[in-house]
Design a protein around this ligand. Structure first.
Ligand SMILES: [Zn+2]
Length: 199
């Protein structure tokens, strides 16, 4: 009996073994990171519920790096991260493209988004009470005010954008010129585009 139990444990640990490339639930890596998945609600630029689940998934190495960035922000600035989006199925990318066919803001599904690879994250900063920091524009504001070189913002907003960007870059992420909230993980191209639905 004991022998069968050990065999079972061996098989299950083998099948659940995760590599750095696995898609993982962010909550399993760091449950202290806040999430608010707008695409699981009608409160997004399409006005439609696009995701069945409000769970954020990322490649394991991306989630671990994000957790390190979050810990650094807490330690150095008493700030926390709130994630709006991570892995996004390719089928959802197609729906977004129908609403916003402008590749400055939505990746053309023919090429795929870095979100479709589980290697990009949309996020903002919140204070210790969980209140969102004013970053100059809301999330998914598709105007030039969201560009990272846009300077006509309050001093506070510019400071917080700089804190977010420098911290993310320190932990392996790259900023995107047209969206202050979007970061790609370096080496994103090695992760394949996937179309799995998160339940
Ligand atoms: Zn994004």
């Amino acid at each position: 009996m004991k022998k069968y139990l050990l065999l079972f444990l061996f098989i299950s640990s083998f099948s659940f073994a995760q590599s750095a490339d696995s898609l993982v639930w962010l909550h399993d890596i760091d449950s202290t990171i806040l999430t608010e998945v707008r695409y699981a609600t009608p409160n997004n630029f399409t006005g439609q519920i696009l995701y069945k689940s409000d769970k954020v998934y990322l490649r394991k190495v991306v989630a671990e790096s994000l957790s390190n960035a979050h810990k650094s922000l807490m330690r150095n600035y008493a700030l926390r991260i709130k994630v709006f989006d991570g892995y996004r199925p390719l089928s959802i990318q197609k729906k977004m493209w129908e609403v916003m066919p402008d590749d400055r803001y939505v990746a053309d599904p023919a090429k795929g988004s870095r979100h479709n690879r589980g290697a990009a994250v949309d996020l903002t900063l919140v204070d210790v009470t969980g209140r969102e920091i004013d970053m100059g524009t809301p999330y998914d504001d598709f105007t030039e005010k969201s560009h990272i070189d846009y300077k006509k913002l309050s001093k506070n907003a510019l400071t917080y954008r700089a804190i977010l960007r420098s911290t993310m870059e320190k932990f392996g992420f790259e900023a995107m010129s047209s969206e202050w909230w979007h970061f790609d993980f370096k080496g994103w191209s090695k992760f394949p585009i996937m179309d799995v639905e998160i339940e």
